[in-house]
Design a protein around this ligand. Structure first.
Ligand code: AMP
Length: 468
Protein backbone atom coordinates (compact mmCIF):
# COMPACT_ATOMS: atom_id res chain seq x y z
CA UNK A 1 0.00 0.00 0.00
CA UNK A 2 1.29 3.46 -0.84
CA UNK A 3 1.27 5.69 2.19
CA UNK A 4 1.20 9.42 2.28
CA UNK A 5 3.05 11.31 4.92
CA UNK A 6 3.39 14.49 3.07
CA UNK A 7 3.51 18.24 3.14
CA UNK A 8 1.02 20.52 1.42
CA UNK A 9 1.16 24.14 0.38
CA UNK A 10 -1.33 26.27 -1.51
CA UNK A 11 -1.78 29.95 -2.34
CA UNK A 12 -4.60 31.77 -4.11
CA UNK A 13 -4.31 35.13 -5.86
CA UNK A 14 -0.67 36.16 -5.47
CA UNK A 15 1.55 37.28 -8.34
CA UNK A 16 4.45 35.19 -7.03
CA UNK A 17 2.38 32.03 -6.45
CA UNK A 18 4.80 29.37 -7.74
CA UNK A 19 7.90 30.84 -6.10
CA UNK A 20 6.09 31.18 -2.77
CA UNK A 21 4.91 27.58 -3.08
CA UNK A 22 8.49 26.52 -3.72
CA UNK A 23 9.59 28.11 -0.45
CA UNK A 24 6.51 26.79 1.34
CA UNK A 25 7.58 23.30 0.31
CA UNK A 26 11.21 24.00 1.14
CA UNK A 27 10.23 24.79 4.74
CA UNK A 28 8.32 21.51 4.90
CA UNK A 29 10.99 19.32 3.35
CA UNK A 30 11.05 17.17 6.52
CA UNK A 31 7.49 16.02 5.64
CA UNK A 32 8.66 14.40 2.44
CA UNK A 33 11.95 13.84 0.66
CA UNK A 34 10.93 11.44 -2.05
CA UNK A 35 9.40 13.81 -4.56
CA UNK A 36 8.14 17.35 -4.90
CA UNK A 37 5.67 19.02 -7.22
CA UNK A 38 3.91 22.29 -7.97
CA UNK A 39 0.88 22.96 -10.14
CA UNK A 40 0.07 26.57 -10.95
CA UNK A 41 -2.89 28.00 -12.76
CA UNK A 42 -3.45 30.99 -15.01
CA UNK A 43 -6.25 31.85 -17.43
CA UNK A 44 -4.71 29.49 -20.00
CA UNK A 45 -4.94 26.43 -17.72
CA UNK A 46 -2.64 24.58 -15.38
CA UNK A 47 1.12 24.18 -15.47
CA UNK A 48 2.89 21.36 -13.75
CA UNK A 49 6.39 20.47 -12.64
CA UNK A 50 7.23 17.43 -10.53
CA UNK A 51 10.34 15.43 -9.87
CA UNK A 52 12.00 12.88 -7.63
CA UNK A 53 14.19 14.20 -4.84
CA UNK A 54 14.50 17.27 -2.67
CA UNK A 55 12.75 20.56 -3.42
CA UNK A 56 15.88 22.51 -4.51
CA UNK A 57 16.90 19.64 -6.79
CA UNK A 58 13.49 19.29 -8.43
CA UNK A 59 12.97 22.95 -9.44
CA UNK A 60 15.23 25.22 -11.44
CA UNK A 61 14.67 28.94 -11.89
CA UNK A 62 13.38 28.17 -15.41
CA UNK A 63 10.92 25.61 -14.01
CA UNK A 64 9.53 28.20 -11.61
CA UNK A 65 9.22 30.77 -14.38
CA UNK A 66 7.21 28.27 -16.38
CA UNK A 67 4.76 27.87 -13.51
CA UNK A 68 2.80 31.00 -14.33
CA UNK A 69 -0.36 32.24 -12.69
CA UNK A 70 -1.51 33.62 -9.39
CA UNK A 71 -2.68 30.35 -7.86
CA UNK A 72 -0.63 27.28 -7.03
CA UNK A 73 -0.65 24.08 -5.01
CA UNK A 74 2.43 22.09 -4.03
CA UNK A 75 3.32 18.82 -2.41
CA UNK A 76 6.30 17.02 -0.91
CA UNK A 77 6.05 13.27 -0.59
CA UNK A 78 7.56 11.10 2.08
CA UNK A 79 9.71 8.19 1.13
CA UNK A 80 8.28 4.80 1.93
CA UNK A 81 9.84 1.45 1.29
CA UNK A 82 9.94 0.60 -2.45
CA UNK A 83 7.37 2.19 -4.77
CA UNK A 84 9.39 5.28 -5.41
CA UNK A 85 7.99 6.34 -8.76
CA UNK A 86 7.66 9.70 -10.41
CA UNK A 87 4.13 8.84 -11.44
CA UNK A 88 3.17 8.67 -7.74
CA UNK A 89 4.50 12.20 -7.20
CA UNK A 90 1.93 14.86 -6.44
CA UNK A 91 0.00 17.13 -6.89
CA UNK A 92 -2.04 14.85 -9.07
CA UNK A 93 -3.30 16.47 -12.31
CA UNK A 94 -6.24 15.17 -14.32
CA UNK A 95 -8.17 16.47 -17.33
CA UNK A 96 -11.88 16.10 -17.63
CA UNK A 97 -14.15 17.65 -20.27
CA UNK A 98 -11.73 20.48 -20.93
CA UNK A 99 -11.10 21.14 -17.24
CA UNK A 100 -7.82 20.73 -15.40
CA UNK A 101 -8.15 19.41 -11.86
CA UNK A 102 -5.28 19.29 -9.36
CA UNK A 103 -5.32 17.40 -6.06
CA UNK A 104 -2.64 17.33 -3.36
CA UNK A 105 -3.17 14.88 -0.51
CA UNK A 106 -1.57 14.31 2.89
CA UNK A 107 -2.78 11.25 4.77
CA UNK A 108 -3.82 7.73 4.03
CA UNK A 109 -7.25 6.54 2.97
CA UNK A 110 -8.31 3.25 4.49
CA UNK A 111 -11.03 2.03 2.11
CA UNK A 112 -9.38 2.50 -1.26
CA UNK A 113 -9.17 -1.19 -2.11
CA UNK A 114 -12.95 -1.52 -2.10
CA UNK A 115 -13.41 1.79 -3.93
CA UNK A 116 -10.81 0.93 -6.53
CA UNK A 117 -12.51 -2.39 -7.25
CA UNK A 118 -15.89 -0.68 -7.53
CA UNK A 119 -14.49 1.95 -9.90
CA UNK A 120 -12.62 -0.62 -11.99
CA UNK A 121 -15.80 -2.67 -12.30
CA UNK A 122 -17.38 0.44 -13.76
CA UNK A 123 -14.56 0.75 -16.30
CA UNK A 124 -12.21 3.19 -14.59
CA UNK A 125 -8.52 2.82 -15.36
CA UNK A 126 -5.70 3.77 -12.99
CA UNK A 127 -2.20 4.90 -13.85
CA UNK A 128 -0.83 4.89 -10.29
CA UNK A 129 -1.08 2.82 -7.13
CA UNK A 130 -1.84 6.04 -5.33
CA UNK A 131 -5.06 6.42 -3.32
CA UNK A 132 -5.25 10.05 -4.41
CA UNK A 133 -6.15 8.78 -7.87
CA UNK A 134 -9.10 6.94 -6.34
CA UNK A 135 -10.21 10.23 -4.81
CA UNK A 136 -9.77 11.95 -8.18
CA UNK A 137 -12.10 9.44 -9.85
CA UNK A 138 -14.76 10.01 -7.21
CA UNK A 139 -14.33 13.76 -7.55
CA UNK A 140 -14.67 13.75 -11.32
CA UNK A 141 -17.82 11.62 -11.14
CA UNK A 142 -19.35 14.11 -8.74
CA UNK A 143 -18.23 17.03 -10.93
CA UNK A 144 -20.53 15.78 -13.70
CA UNK A 145 -23.46 17.39 -11.91
CA UNK A 146 -22.00 19.46 -9.06
CA UNK A 147 -19.74 22.45 -8.53
CA UNK A 148 -16.28 21.87 -7.05
CA UNK A 149 -17.08 22.33 -3.32
CA UNK A 150 -20.11 20.04 -3.54
CA UNK A 151 -18.17 17.52 -5.60
CA UNK A 152 -15.36 17.51 -3.02
CA UNK A 153 -17.96 17.00 -0.31
CA UNK A 154 -19.49 14.08 -2.19
CA UNK A 155 -16.11 12.44 -2.84
CA UNK A 156 -15.14 12.90 0.83
CA UNK A 157 -18.36 11.20 1.90
CA UNK A 158 -17.12 8.04 0.12
CA UNK A 159 -13.61 7.86 1.51
CA UNK A 160 -12.48 6.84 5.00
CA UNK A 161 -9.29 7.48 6.87
CA UNK A 162 -6.92 10.39 6.95
CA UNK A 163 -6.92 13.21 4.45
CA UNK A 164 -5.87 16.79 4.20
CA UNK A 165 -6.52 17.88 0.64
CA UNK A 166 -5.91 20.90 -1.52
CA UNK A 167 -8.04 20.79 -4.67
CA UNK A 168 -7.83 23.25 -7.55
CA UNK A 169 -10.20 23.45 -10.52
CA UNK A 170 -10.89 26.48 -12.69
CA UNK A 171 -10.65 29.46 -10.39
CA UNK A 172 -11.73 27.62 -7.24
CA UNK A 173 -9.42 26.24 -4.54
CA UNK A 174 -10.75 23.99 -1.81
CA UNK A 175 -8.91 22.97 1.36
CA UNK A 176 -10.36 20.14 3.40
CA UNK A 177 -9.45 18.17 6.53
CA UNK A 178 -11.03 14.83 7.41
CA UNK A 179 -13.57 14.68 10.27
CA UNK A 180 -11.05 13.20 12.73
CA UNK A 181 -8.43 15.80 11.77
CA UNK A 182 -5.62 13.24 11.71
CA UNK A 183 -3.05 15.52 10.12
CA UNK A 184 -2.54 19.27 10.40
CA UNK A 185 -3.59 21.92 7.89
CA UNK A 186 -3.27 25.63 8.59
CA UNK A 187 -4.73 28.75 7.02
CA UNK A 188 -2.56 31.85 6.74
CA UNK A 189 -2.42 35.11 4.82
CA UNK A 190 0.22 36.81 2.74
CA UNK A 191 -0.35 40.25 1.21
CA UNK A 192 -4.08 39.58 1.51
CA UNK A 193 -3.90 36.21 -0.28
CA UNK A 194 -5.03 33.06 1.56
CA UNK A 195 -2.29 30.47 2.00
CA UNK A 196 -2.54 26.89 3.23
CA UNK A 197 0.20 24.70 4.66
CA UNK A 198 0.52 21.47 6.57
CA UNK A 199 2.72 23.25 9.07
CA UNK A 200 3.09 26.88 10.12
CA UNK A 201 6.89 26.78 9.66
CA UNK A 202 6.05 27.39 5.97
CA UNK A 203 4.26 30.63 6.89
CA UNK A 204 7.20 31.77 9.03
CA UNK A 205 9.59 31.44 6.10
CA UNK A 206 7.29 33.49 3.86
CA UNK A 207 6.40 35.96 6.62
CA UNK A 208 2.76 35.05 6.12
CA UNK A 209 0.41 35.54 9.08
CA UNK A 210 -1.01 32.43 10.67
CA UNK A 211 -4.79 32.77 10.96
CA UNK A 212 -5.99 29.42 12.26
CA UNK A 213 -6.06 25.70 11.81
CA UNK A 214 -8.55 24.28 9.31
CA UNK A 215 -10.94 22.43 11.63
CA UNK A 216 -11.56 18.69 11.44
CA UNK A 217 -14.42 18.16 8.97
CA UNK A 218 -14.09 21.69 7.59
CA UNK A 219 -14.05 22.53 3.91
CA UNK A 220 -12.63 25.98 3.13
CA UNK A 221 -13.45 27.46 -0.26
CA UNK A 222 -11.66 30.24 -2.10
CA UNK A 223 -12.93 31.60 -5.43
CA UNK A 224 -13.15 34.83 -7.34
CA UNK A 225 -16.04 35.96 -5.12
CA UNK A 226 -14.12 35.50 -1.87
CA UNK A 227 -13.67 32.90 0.84
CA UNK A 228 -16.00 30.92 3.02
CA UNK A 229 -16.05 27.88 5.25
CA UNK A 230 -18.43 24.92 5.18
CA UNK A 231 -18.68 21.53 6.85
CA UNK A 232 -18.30 18.09 5.32
CA UNK A 233 -21.48 16.01 5.10
CA UNK A 234 -22.48 13.81 8.01
CA UNK A 235 -22.08 14.18 11.75
CA UNK A 236 -18.65 14.92 13.14
CA UNK A 237 -17.15 12.40 15.56
CA UNK A 238 -17.52 13.35 19.21
CA UNK A 239 -13.86 14.26 19.40
CA UNK A 240 -11.10 14.81 16.87
CA UNK A 241 -8.41 12.13 16.78
CA UNK A 242 -5.34 14.07 15.70
CA UNK A 243 -2.12 12.15 15.20
CA UNK A 244 -0.08 12.53 18.38
CA UNK A 245 2.96 11.16 16.55
CA UNK A 246 3.04 14.47 14.62
CA UNK A 247 3.85 16.06 18.00
CA UNK A 248 6.22 13.28 19.08
CA UNK A 249 8.31 13.07 15.91
CA UNK A 250 6.96 14.13 12.57
CA UNK A 251 6.28 17.88 12.64
CA UNK A 252 8.97 20.53 12.89
CA UNK A 253 9.43 21.78 16.48
CA UNK A 254 9.00 25.42 15.41
CA UNK A 255 5.54 24.66 13.96
CA UNK A 256 2.26 25.33 15.68
CA UNK A 257 -0.15 22.50 14.84
CA UNK A 258 -3.35 21.20 16.44
CA UNK A 259 -3.31 24.46 18.45
CA UNK A 260 -0.13 23.30 20.17
CA UNK A 261 3.47 24.47 19.89
CA UNK A 262 5.39 21.35 18.89
CA UNK A 263 8.60 22.35 20.68
CA UNK A 264 6.79 22.91 23.97
CA UNK A 265 5.01 19.55 23.73
CA UNK A 266 8.28 17.73 23.06
CA UNK A 267 10.03 19.47 25.92
CA UNK A 268 7.10 18.62 28.21
CA UNK A 269 7.34 14.97 27.10
CA UNK A 270 10.97 14.94 28.24
CA UNK A 271 10.05 16.62 31.51
CA UNK A 272 7.31 14.05 32.17
CA UNK A 273 9.66 11.25 31.24
CA UNK A 274 12.23 12.36 33.83
CA UNK A 275 9.44 12.77 36.35
CA UNK A 276 8.44 9.15 35.74
CA UNK A 277 11.92 7.68 35.73
CA UNK A 278 15.21 9.46 36.00
CA UNK A 279 18.35 7.34 36.49
CA UNK A 280 21.55 8.22 38.34
CA UNK A 281 23.63 9.31 35.40
CA UNK A 282 26.53 11.63 34.62
CA UNK A 283 24.99 13.10 31.53
CA UNK A 284 21.89 13.26 29.32
CA UNK A 285 22.70 12.44 25.71
CA UNK A 286 20.05 13.12 23.05
CA UNK A 287 20.07 11.23 19.78
CA UNK A 288 19.80 14.12 17.34
CA UNK A 289 17.74 15.63 15.95
CA UNK A 290 14.54 14.12 17.25
CA UNK A 291 15.84 13.36 20.75
CA UNK A 292 17.11 16.89 21.33
CA UNK A 293 13.83 18.56 22.31
CA UNK A 294 12.61 16.01 24.88
CA UNK A 295 16.19 15.78 26.21
CA UNK A 296 16.10 19.50 27.08
CA UNK A 297 13.02 18.96 29.27
CA UNK A 298 14.42 15.71 30.62
CA UNK A 299 17.74 17.24 31.70
CA UNK A 300 16.00 20.24 33.29
CA UNK A 301 13.60 18.08 35.29
CA UNK A 302 16.25 15.48 36.25
CA UNK A 303 18.80 18.23 36.98
CA UNK A 304 21.43 16.37 35.00
CA UNK A 305 24.10 17.84 32.68
CA UNK A 306 23.03 17.89 29.04
CA UNK A 307 25.67 17.12 26.43
CA UNK A 308 25.50 17.11 22.64
CA UNK A 309 27.88 14.20 22.54
CA UNK A 310 26.21 12.39 19.65
CA UNK A 311 26.90 14.21 16.41
CA UNK A 312 24.57 14.25 13.46
CA UNK A 313 25.70 14.35 9.83
CA UNK A 314 23.30 16.88 8.35
CA UNK A 315 24.16 16.03 4.77
CA UNK A 316 22.93 12.46 4.79
CA UNK A 317 21.03 12.01 1.57
CA UNK A 318 18.50 9.37 0.74
CA UNK A 319 20.78 7.42 -1.54
CA UNK A 320 24.43 6.58 -1.47
CA UNK A 321 26.57 3.83 -2.93
CA UNK A 322 25.70 0.79 -0.89
CA UNK A 323 28.42 -0.22 1.56
CA UNK A 324 29.90 -3.68 1.34
CA UNK A 325 28.37 -6.52 3.34
CA UNK A 326 30.92 -6.09 6.11
CA UNK A 327 29.67 -2.57 6.79
CA UNK A 328 26.46 -3.58 8.49
CA UNK A 329 24.16 -0.95 9.95
CA UNK A 330 25.94 1.64 7.86
CA UNK A 331 22.74 3.66 7.62
CA UNK A 332 22.68 4.49 11.32
CA UNK A 333 26.44 5.01 11.57
CA UNK A 334 26.45 7.49 8.76
CA UNK A 335 23.75 9.51 10.52
CA UNK A 336 24.89 9.85 14.15
CA UNK A 337 28.26 9.27 15.80
CA UNK A 338 29.35 9.73 19.44
CA UNK A 339 32.19 11.91 20.78
CA UNK A 340 34.59 9.51 22.48
CA UNK A 341 35.96 11.88 25.14
CA UNK A 342 32.47 12.47 26.51
CA UNK A 343 31.61 8.79 26.80
CA UNK A 344 34.56 6.97 28.35
CA UNK A 345 33.87 5.98 31.98
CA UNK A 346 30.51 7.82 32.07
CA UNK A 347 27.01 6.78 33.08
CA UNK A 348 25.02 7.84 30.03
CA UNK A 349 21.28 8.51 29.82
CA UNK A 350 20.19 8.43 26.17
CA UNK A 351 17.01 10.34 25.32
CA UNK A 352 15.27 9.70 22.00
CA UNK A 353 11.76 10.36 20.77
CA UNK A 354 10.83 6.82 19.70
CA UNK A 355 12.02 3.33 18.92
CA UNK A 356 10.61 1.66 15.81
CA UNK A 357 12.64 -1.37 14.71
CA UNK A 358 15.32 -0.76 17.32
CA UNK A 359 18.17 -0.51 14.81
CA UNK A 360 19.33 2.89 16.06
CA UNK A 361 19.46 1.77 19.68
CA UNK A 362 21.14 -1.58 19.07
CA UNK A 363 23.92 -0.18 16.94
CA UNK A 364 24.56 3.06 18.81
CA UNK A 365 24.53 1.51 22.30
CA UNK A 366 27.06 -1.02 21.05
CA UNK A 367 29.27 1.87 19.97
CA UNK A 368 28.82 3.67 23.31
CA UNK A 369 29.89 0.49 25.12
CA UNK A 370 32.94 0.18 22.85
CA UNK A 371 33.86 3.75 23.74
CA UNK A 372 33.87 2.85 27.44
CA UNK A 373 30.44 3.93 28.70
CA UNK A 374 30.13 2.62 32.27
CA UNK A 375 26.33 2.48 32.29
CA UNK A 376 23.78 3.11 29.55
CA UNK A 377 20.18 4.05 30.32
CA UNK A 378 17.52 4.65 27.67
CA UNK A 379 14.59 7.02 28.09
CA UNK A 380 12.05 7.30 25.25
CA UNK A 381 9.66 10.25 25.09
CA UNK A 382 6.65 8.30 23.84
CA UNK A 383 5.09 4.95 24.78
CA UNK A 384 6.19 1.74 22.99
CA UNK A 385 5.12 1.76 19.31
CA UNK A 386 3.28 -1.56 19.10
CA UNK A 387 0.65 -1.13 16.40
CA UNK A 388 0.84 -0.16 12.73
CA UNK A 389 -0.53 3.17 11.56
CA UNK A 390 -3.13 3.24 8.81
CA UNK A 391 -3.51 6.99 8.72
CA UNK A 392 -0.23 8.15 7.26
CA UNK A 393 2.74 7.51 9.55
CA UNK A 394 5.07 5.04 7.94
CA UNK A 395 5.83 2.43 10.58
CA UNK A 396 7.20 -0.99 10.01
CA UNK A 397 4.84 -3.94 9.88
CA UNK A 398 3.88 -5.36 13.31
CA UNK A 399 6.40 -8.14 12.76
CA UNK A 400 9.20 -5.57 12.62
CA UNK A 401 8.09 -3.30 15.47
CA UNK A 402 10.43 -4.32 18.26
CA UNK A 403 8.05 -3.33 21.08
CA UNK A 404 5.25 -5.39 19.53
CA UNK A 405 7.28 -8.55 19.83
CA UNK A 406 9.36 -8.16 22.98
CA UNK A 407 8.83 -7.36 26.63
CA UNK A 408 10.63 -4.47 28.25
CA UNK A 409 13.07 -6.90 29.89
CA UNK A 410 13.81 -8.56 26.55
CA UNK A 411 14.41 -5.19 24.91
CA UNK A 412 16.73 -4.18 27.73
CA UNK A 413 18.83 -7.19 27.00
CA UNK A 414 18.61 -6.80 23.20
CA UNK A 415 19.82 -3.19 23.53
CA UNK A 416 22.34 -4.22 26.21
CA UNK A 417 21.41 -1.39 28.58
CA UNK A 418 21.18 -0.97 32.33
CA UNK A 419 17.66 0.47 32.24
CA UNK A 420 14.93 1.28 29.74
CA UNK A 421 11.85 3.40 30.30
CA UNK A 422 9.22 4.65 27.86
CA UNK A 423 6.95 7.61 28.60
CA UNK A 424 3.53 6.38 29.77
CA UNK A 425 0.37 7.18 27.81
CA UNK A 426 -0.73 9.35 30.75
CA UNK A 427 2.58 11.16 30.75
CA UNK A 428 2.28 11.75 27.01
CA UNK A 429 -1.20 13.19 27.40
CA UNK A 430 -0.04 15.42 30.25
CA UNK A 431 2.53 16.90 27.86
CA UNK A 432 -0.05 18.36 25.46
CA UNK A 433 -2.78 20.94 25.95
CA UNK A 434 -5.69 19.25 24.19
CA UNK A 435 -5.26 15.77 25.58
CA UNK A 436 -8.72 14.47 24.65
CA UNK A 437 -8.30 15.11 20.92
CA UNK A 438 -5.58 12.68 19.87
CA UNK A 439 -5.24 9.37 18.07
CA UNK A 440 -3.03 7.04 20.11
CA UNK A 441 -3.56 3.96 17.95
CA UNK A 442 0.15 3.23 17.40
CA UNK A 443 0.56 2.92 21.18
CA UNK A 444 -2.79 1.48 22.24
CA UNK A 445 -4.23 -0.25 19.16
CA UNK A 446 -7.45 1.71 19.61
CA UNK A 447 -8.17 2.68 16.00
CA UNK A 448 -10.68 5.49 15.42
CA UNK A 449 -11.45 4.32 11.89
CA UNK A 450 -11.74 0.63 10.98
CA UNK A 451 -8.50 -0.02 9.22
CA UNK A 452 -9.70 -2.21 6.40
CA UNK A 453 -13.21 -2.66 5.20
CA UNK A 454 -12.61 -6.38 4.94
CA UNK A 455 -12.61 -6.43 8.74
CA UNK A 456 -9.15 -7.88 9.01
CA UNK A 457 -8.26 -5.00 11.26
CA UNK A 458 -10.92 -4.25 13.79
CA UNK A 459 -11.92 -1.03 15.45
CA UNK A 460 -10.93 -1.76 19.00
CA UNK A 461 -7.44 -2.91 19.67
CA UNK A 462 -7.29 -6.27 18.00
CA UNK A 463 -5.17 -5.11 15.11
CA UNK A 464 -1.76 -5.91 16.51
CA UNK A 465 -2.79 -9.49 17.18
CA UNK A 466 -3.54 -10.07 13.51
CA UNK A 467 -0.55 -10.44 11.26
CA UNK A 468 -0.68 -8.32 8.17
P1 AMP B 1 14.58 2.53 14.64
O1 AMP B 1 16.04 2.63 14.48
O2 AMP B 1 13.91 1.71 13.59
O3 AMP B 1 14.18 2.11 16.04
O4 AMP B 1 13.98 4.00 14.42
C1 AMP B 1 13.99 4.92 15.46
C2 AMP B 1 14.34 6.30 14.98
O5 AMP B 1 13.61 6.63 13.78
C3 AMP B 1 13.95 7.29 16.05
O6 AMP B 1 15.12 7.96 16.43
C4 AMP B 1 12.95 8.24 15.41
O7 AMP B 1 13.38 9.56 15.54
C5 AMP B 1 12.90 7.87 13.94
N1 AMP B 1 11.51 7.61 13.49
C6 AMP B 1 10.41 7.40 14.23
N2 AMP B 1 9.32 7.18 13.44
C7 AMP B 1 9.73 7.26 12.17
C8 AMP B 1 9.09 7.13 10.90
N3 AMP B 1 7.78 6.89 10.79
N4 AMP B 1 9.86 7.29 9.79
C9 AMP B 1 11.18 7.52 9.89
N5 AMP B 1 11.83 7.64 11.06
C10 AMP B 1 11.14 7.52 12.20
Amino acid sequence: MIKHECGLFGIYGHEDAARLTYFGLYAQQHRGQESAGIISRDSGGMHEHKGMGLVPDVFTEADLQGLTGETAVGHVRYSTTGRSYLRNAQPFLAHYKGKDIAVAHNGNLTNTEALRTELENEGAIFSTTNDTEVFMHLLVRALRHKDLPDAVREACSRVRGAYCLLVLCDDVMVAVRDPFGFHPLALGRLDGAPVFASETCAFDLLEADYERSIAPGEIYIVDAQGEHSEKLDGPLPEKPRQCIFELVYFARPDSYIFNEQVYVCRKNMGWQLAYESSPDADLVLPFPDSGVYPAVGFAQCAELPYEHAMIRNHYVGRTFIQPSQGMRNFGVRVKINPVQAMIDGKRICIVDDSIVRGTTMITRVKKLRELGAKEVHIRISCPPVKFPCFYGIDFASPKELIAANHTLEEMKSIFNVDSLHYLSVDGLLRSVMHSDSYCLACFTGDYPVPCKECGKYRLEGACGKVSS
